[in-house]
Ligand binder design. Sequence first.
Ligand SMILES: C[S@@+](CC[C@H](N)C(=O)[O-])C[C@H]1O[C@@H](n2cnc3c(N)ncnc32)[C@H](O)[C@@H]1O
Length: 324
Amino acid sequence: MIKKASLRLLQRPAMEETVLPGEIYRRTSLNDDLAEAGNPAVELNGPLLMNIMVKFFHAYVYPGSHEQVLELNDISLLFDRFVHRRLGSDVLENCLDLRKRLLSYGFALCMLADLPKSVHIFKAIAEAKTQLDGEPYTGLDIGSGTGVLMLAMDVQAKRNGFESSSLVGIERNQIVAERTNEVLGNMGLGNVLVADAKKKDSYGFLEGRKLHYICNETLPGAGRSLWKEDFIFISKTLFDGLEEHTSDAGCFPEAVLVGRSPEEMLTVLDSSTGFQLKDEKYPLRLMKPYGISLSGEMTGLEDVGQAYESFIPSSWKAVLTRRW
Ligand SMILES: C[S@@+](CC[C@H](N)C(=O)[O-])C[C@H]1O[C@@H](n2cnc3c(N)ncnc32)[C@H](O)[C@@H]1O
């Protein structure tokens, strides 16, 4: 009895504010917002992109909700349940099944829930100009997680005037890949394969097609050595072994600033060298990433998303998860 009462005292109360300010919330479905974003005459501003992010978060947990006009309170309740999924929380009482689901693909949702960074990256991809013509637009998302960058590629295809797009994601985590495949399949936005993107034979599905765009968000966080994640190894596979597919593709990230330290041997890697060093005087795998180029601007990893922080109410800034 006493134990139960003290556990109740440790329970987090429900969040008081909504996850986005009411003034920027649009009473439109995710499908409507994506269609609007695909119109090249529409500016991809913070409010529109924030709406896409939170509604896609909801659709990831409740497939099918992309067609509905949701209440901001319901989206906020889901975010509240997500950020407290490991803790006692009033909003998770009697939600055992949901808590299990949020735990099983939670690491992918953590990246999406870093709303300012997700919005910044989405905008850079969605506004990129393609160099290659020819239908359908073909996009590859490596380390697709929730697949939010596949939504961004679909918007890019529409803004560049393509009639159709063929999008494939590669994700090594089976639970996440299967979930994302189901969610994106439901939205008609492509497929996700469970595979290791370092291996050349994971790309058999390309069958001679040229890629218009490649997303590869498998970089380690700032200050961690490049060998800790697969970015440079995957890039080698893509640009060394598969150049007939990748040679004209646009890339996210467009370029990566790496160095031995923030002051030593700073070098920009991009697709012209397959994201490898021209002259390997020091092993690339021991270098660390410090910035990525977004919309043509080299941006410190810690500064990605900064311009969109003001859309997040302060009580939520403290609890929302971080991308890297
Ligand atoms: C930083 S997250 C990217 C998240 C995703 N782009 C998004 O926007 O939510 C990196 C993802 O890459 C996946 N990954 C890392 N190395 C991989 C590999 N060699 N092959 C396939 N997936 C990989 C991880 O499982 C993780 O889901």
